[in-house]
Write a new protein. Structure first.
Length: 145
């Protein structure tokens, strides 16, 4: 039975998707457009757009996208040690042109400063969150809500 004639069942998040829908999610992650993903999957673009409106499909697609980005970030983080070593080598090599050494040194300093700022900001946010959770206004808001 084709998707066109199959009754649309509103499934909740966590329900099993069809093989075509799972392939469509993979295609959406790999292709630059919905049309290209639909063609790769072998379903119509309208069908794929309709699937994207379904909460179960949209949630599964969002989870897959998040996992893809998480993996990319993990790969980037794993490469940071080597990137720092390259910058250190360039900055410390007297045979490297002075402009390249200065650029590498500036990059090291700027990123170290930025990392410190982000860490400090995270600490400040955590303290603010604790203050909000423990503050007397927290109970008042709950009582008036």
């Amino acid at each position: 039975m084709s998707d066109r004639r199959r009754p649309q069942i509103a499934a909740g998040h966590g329900e099993k998707l069809s093989r075509n829908q799972e392939r469509a999610i993979a295609a959406l992650l790999a292709e630059p457009t919905i049309d290209a993903a639909a063609k790769l999957t072998g379903v119509g673009e309208r069908t794929l757009r309709r699937w994207l409106q379904r909460p179960d499909f949209a949630a599964r697609y969002a989870d897959a996208r998040r996992a893809l980005v998480d993996n990319a970030v993990r790969d980037l983080q794993a490469a940071t040690g080597e990137a720092v070593r390259v910058l250190q080598d360039v900055a410390g090599n007297p045979q490297t042109p002075p402009a390249a050494r200065v650029a590498a040194a500036r990059t090291i300093l700027a990123e170290a400063y930025r990392g410190t700022e982000l860490f400090d900001l995270g600490v400040r946010i955590a303290k603010l969150e604790q203050t909000i959770e423990k503050g007397p206004w927290h109970d008042r808001r709950a009582a008036t809500a």
